[in-house]
Design a protein around this ligand. Structure first.
Ligand SMILES: C[S@@+](CC[C@H](N)C(=O)[O-])C[C@H]1O[C@@H](n2cnc3c(N)ncnc32)[C@H](O)[C@@H]1O
Length: 389
């Protein structure tokens, strides 16, 4: 295959307009490749519920507002919003102060390029909750939702909601996505230029420190926006990919996902003459898995939030397979998992045809290392429960 011409350069300017998980319900879609995130989220429910126990119960005359930031387009977000609202209903019902729960609003928020259509089609119908029927009746109607839903497009690194309007912010597996690639990492004249690599994993010190700085700048902007939007007495529960190593160029599970077979597949394309080495070097995955320290420094420097909980949580493997002995299934699971989160960026950088070639090579390489992948690929998450200081 001859090298294709230049496609869209995945530059800083358009990352926010471009980034999304693979939409729809096809084989490589996020909706079909997010079972691992679902399992990891379920294993952390006790931490989420603990965080919800600290939320102040306001008068039921005012709607209770829940937001999921980085909701994407699978059932995961809908499941979590349901857990949050059911937990809050129980708290209202057992409270001495209030005799009924308020009405609930849920905002599903993500970048404008997110496939909100798929997400909205997955939403259960609204229960016949018209203020006349009781919340018990409403909850008894199984398979229905007991909240009003809306989508909010925009970057969570900026303001999304009116001041003091949100009771609970939730965000899972999203904050490790940077708002942009640090410019120095894309600048050939800079010592931070990520030559030969498509991810921070295994990169030199200047590259790693540029990624780290970008993560911390982004998290600071996120906290500033949320500190204005959250109601007093509200709570925020955040989960993002994390790492256990102090060295940012050792990205742990994220490093294995984007720094080994994915990296080798890019090198294959270069060696086979399908793309230039420069084309590869200009592609970088805008993800940073922080250490606990990276995260904590930002929350403390910002000062608007009290840390109720901040820990590294072992989430497990991102590969969900029905036959672990079947190397082909493991290889396909890795390629699909990689593609569902990075495919849109890869397509934009090298075009659909070469992207297809790339992920075929990821799959082949992963298939021949299936056993190691199952043994070694583990995700750790940073879990934070914060309330206004
Ligand atoms: C891996 S998905 C997580 C989906 C979902 N929360 C779950 O638990 O399965 C990450 C999501 O974060 C979103 N995201 C990344 N950067 C964002 C930003 N700056 N603002 C809003 N959403 C962002 C992506 O578009 C993507 O949908």
């Amino acid at each position: 295959m001859a090298p294709l011409g230049d496609n869209v350069v995945v530059s800083n300017v358009n990352l926010e307009k471009l980034l999304s998980m693979k939409g729809g319900k096809g084989e490589g879609s996020y909706a079909n490749n997010s079972q691992a995130q679902a399992l990891h989220a379920r294993s952390m429910l006790h931490l989420l519920e603990e965080s919800l126990d600290s939320v102040h119960l306001n008068s039921p005359e005012v709607p209770f507002v829940v937001v999921d930031l980085g909701c994407s387009c699978s059932n995961n977000s809908i499941y979590i919003v349901d857990v949050i609202i059911k937990h809050m209903i129980k708290r209202y019902e057992s409270s001495d102060r209030w005799d009924q729960p308020p009405e609930f609003s849920a905002f599903f928020s993500d970048l404008p390029s997110n496939d909100f259509n798929t997400l909205f089609q997955l939403l259960p119908p609204l229960a016949n909750y018209n203020g006349g029927s009781s919340m018990e009746e409403c909850l008894a109607s199984n398979g229905h939702r007991s909240y009003f839903a809306a989508g909010v497009p925009g970057s969570f690194y900026r303001r999304l909601f009116p001041a003091r309007s949100i009771d609970v912010f939730h965000s899972a597996f999203s904050l490790h996505w940077l708002s942009q690639m640090p410019e120095t990492v894309l600048d050939r004249r800079s010592t931070a230029y990520n030559k030969g690599r498509v991810f921070i994993h295994g990169a030199g010190e200047s590259t790693a420190s540029a990624y780290r700085k970008q993560f911390q700048t982004d998290l600071a902007a996120f906290l500033r926006a949320r500190s204005i939007e959250m109601k007093r007495g509200g709570s925020m529960f955040l989960v993002c990919l994390g790492r256990t190593s102090v060295d940012p160029s050792d990205q742990g599970g994220a490093g294995l996902l984007f720094g080994t077979h994915f990296q080798d597949a890019w090198d294959d394309l270069v060696q086979e003459g399908l793309i230039s080495s420069e084309k590869r070097d200009n592609f970088n995955i805008p993800v940073y898995a922080p250490s606990l320290q990276d995260f904590k420094e930002v929350v403390e420097a910002d000062g608007s939030f009290t840390i109720n909980k901040l820990e590294v949580f072992k989430g497990g493997s991102p590969l969900v397979v029905s036959r672990p002995d079947d190397a082909t299934e493991v290889g396909r699971a890795l390629a699909n998992s990689c593609r569902s989160v990075s495919g849109v960026l890869v397509d934009a950088h090298i075009g659909d045809k070469l992207s297809e070639e790339l992920f075929l090579r990821v799959e082949r390489r992963a298939t021949s290392h299936a056993k190691e992948l199952l043994e070694q690929l583990q995700f750790f998450h940073i879990v934070a429960s914060l309330s206004l200081a």
